[in-house]
Ligand binder design. Structure first.
Ligand SMILES: Nc1ncnc2c1ncn2[C@@H]1O[C@H](COP(=O)(O)OP(=O)(O)OP(=O)(O)O)[C@@H](O)[C@H]1O
Length: 582
């Protein structure tokens, strides 16, 4: 019960924002229309039930005029039913796509907001496979939430209406057993109730493991898919390492989990279906058994018998709503749990960025240096990594940062970029300064070369001539004629060429602060020197901070700082000073 209550509370929390959003007018109107049509369909069911009583009575007494009239009534009700059913589905689908569009855009916005997607990864696996959550889960959530809630409402209304009818019919056809008549008020209602409660309890008992199994199934499927994508993305490495057999083994193992869980679902579903089919077959005959004695004792007519059976069927099917949607309910709850986990993970990534016990990146009102105050960068598990106290990276100066591998140089850059929250202290960066980080492996989105270089700006942010000039300047003249060519540039170009292209991007963007994290490490020394000279010439006002291992880089920097071991962490020091003190 607590589970159901908390699922409902979660569904409300996830759904309500749409119906309060800027699209609320369309959303609410469509929802109201869907509900109104659903209720009209219940009303038609009630009218058809009463029609059934009259129709069969006319047949029994061979009343031609009554028969013809009732055929007309049926035609009218049936036509209305068809028209409403068509629009019920149409409007429902319309609402689904608007609601889904809104939720997808909200999740994309929050996921992409201030590098939340990166922090969520750093936090571990709390929300694995966000791609699945944003695509499949949102779709299923909208579809199933509408289906289940509208279905539930319709069942409740239908139940109330048919209970009234069945209560009346119980008085008309009293319970007759072995020739004795018993006047039990509403006995048909009680019969339907006992039948449905018995069915619901047994279904819950047999089917409850399906909730977990279905949750696991979707997780295993997503995990398998994710690993297939990784193979696709690293296909060259795998081919060079001849890792195909290891990959096949790993993938088969993952797919094995999909299959194993599927077998468990199959066996559970088999048992559940055995019960639910027998149950719904028995439901056809059960009301006849209850009322037949009254019919054979001539207390009711054929119409009354059939009307009772149909009303009983409606009450029982409304009560058994839970039974008939058990599978989708199980799936729905796992979808709700996954979206809830995703929202919680986004929220905790947002809190992490804004939290008091994380690194504070603040704007500096005056000056053009970057101030590191009482900075302590930690690993996600809390282990201290790099410290820097009252350390300034001077503006309009080129600084080289060196230090042993794994000391935390890249992590320090991540902290300055504002995407690494773990630690304390503050990093003050001149207000409105433009920063650009160039990693060792630059990222190029799949698309035209022009769009890939301009990224994250729009493809037309720079003129074709500007782009051609920088491509020639960075030593990629052969690419200058391919601006419109669409390709997966990260795969097409050598790492050295990608690094040249990364620098071309920096030249176009011309940031005030440029951070190069081994961004030229794959180039030969002569090319690296030429590119650094190009940066000095083209971006004379840019403050450059480089990470590099080659001593030849020192010639292009005015200041050298290094990370030196200080207890169980590394500290940032000016190289000359530390050399002097040692
Ligand atoms: N997301 C992470 N979770 C846990 N540990 C991490 C994470 N990212 C980095 N580290 C650890 O932090 C340490 C510093 O890594 P970093 O990449 O900053 O080193 P680096 O000085 O740039 O090394 P290199 O010169 O080899 O590039 C390493 O021990 C690394 O394993």
């Amino acid at each position: 019960m607590n589970n159901i209550r908390s699922t409902i509370a979660t569904v409300w929390r996830i759904s309500a924002p749409y119906f309060r959003s800027e699209d609320k007018l369309a959303g609410r109107t469509l929802l109201a229309a869907v509900i109104a049509i659903e209720l009209s369909l219940v009303a038609i069911d009630v009218l058809l039930n009463q029609w059934r009583g009259r129709f069969y009575n006319y047949l029994q007494v061979r009343d031609w005029a009554g028969f013809v009239w009732e055929l007309g009534v049926f035609t009218f009700l049936a036509t209305l039913n068809v028209a409403l059913s068509i629009y019920q589905l149409y409007l429902n689908q319309w609402l689904q796509i608007r609601w889904r569009r809104w939720m997808t855009s909200r999740y994309l916005g929050e996921w992409m907001d201030k590098a939340n997607h990166y922090r969520m990864q750093l936090q571990g696996d709390a929300a694995d496979n966000p791609d699945q959550r944003i695509s499949d889960d949102v779709k299923m959530f909208v579809d199933q939430t509408l289906g289940i809630s509208v279905g539930l409402l319709s069942s409740i209304v239908s139940l109330a209406s048919f209970i009234v009818i069945l209560w009346g019919l119980s008085a008309e056809s009293p319970l007759t057993l072995f020739g004795n008549t018993f006047h039990i008020p509403g006995y048909l209602v009680w019969g339907a109730l006992i039948y449905a409660v018995f069915g619901t309890a047994l279904t819950q008992w047999i089917g409850s493991p399906l909730v977990n199994l279905s949750f696991e199934q979707q997780r295993y499927e997503a995990d398998f898919r994710f690993n297939l994508v990784r193979v696709r993305e690293n296909s060259e490495q795998i081919a060079l390492l001849k890792g195909e057999s290891a990959e096949r083994h790993r993938l088969s193992e993952r797919f094995g989990r999909v299959v194993e869980n599927w077998y468990a679902i199959m066996s559970r579903t088999k048992r559940l279906t055995a019960f639910t089919s027998s149950y719904s077959q028995a439901a056809v005959i059960f009301p006849f058994i209850l009322v037949a004695p009254a019919y054979f004792a001539d207390k009711i007519q054929l119409g009354g018998l059939l009307q009772t059976a149909s009303a009983f069927g409606s009450v029982q099917s409304a009560l058994s709503f839970f039974i008939s949607i058990y599978r989708s309910l199980a799936e729905w709850r796992s979808v709700v749990a996954r979206l809830d986990g995703f929202e919680m993970s986004i929220n905790s990534a947002t809190r992490l960025a804004a939290g008091t016990d994380s690194i504070d990146v603040v704007p500096l009102a005056k000056g053009n240096e970057i101030d590191l105050e009482k900075l302590l960068v930690r690993l996600p598990n809390g282990t201290p990594l790099v410290s820097a106290n009252s350390f300034n990276l001077h503006g309009n100066e080129r600084t080289l940062v060196t230090g042993p591998s794994g000391a935390g140089k890249s992590t320090l850059f991540r902290a300055i970029a504002g995407i690494w929250p773990f630690g304390g202290g503050s990093i003050a960066i001149p207000a409105k300064a433009t920063l650009m980080m160039l990693p060792q492996r630059p990222y190029f989105p799949i698309g035209s070369l022009q769009a890939s270089i301009a990224y994250p700006a729009e493809a037309d942010a720079y003129s074709a001539d500007q782009i051609r000039d920088v491509l020639i300047a960075v030593g990629l003249p052969k690419l200058a004629s391919q601006l419109g060519v669409e390709a997966h540039w990260n795969r097409m170009l050598s790492l050295g060429e990608q690094q040249r292209l990364g620098l071309a991007r920096a030249l176009l963007f011309a940031p005030q602060y440029l951070f190069l994290d081994e961004a030229t490490a794959s180039l030969d020394e002569a090319s690296e020197a030429a590119l650094y000279r190009l940066l000095q010439e083209k971006l004379p006002a840019t403050t450059i901070v480089s990470i590099g291992h080659r001593s030849t880089l020192e010639a292009f920097h005015q200041r050298n700082v290094e990370l030196v071991r200080d207890g169980d962490q590394f500290a940032l020091r000016d190289k000359d000073k530390s050399a002097a003190s040692s």
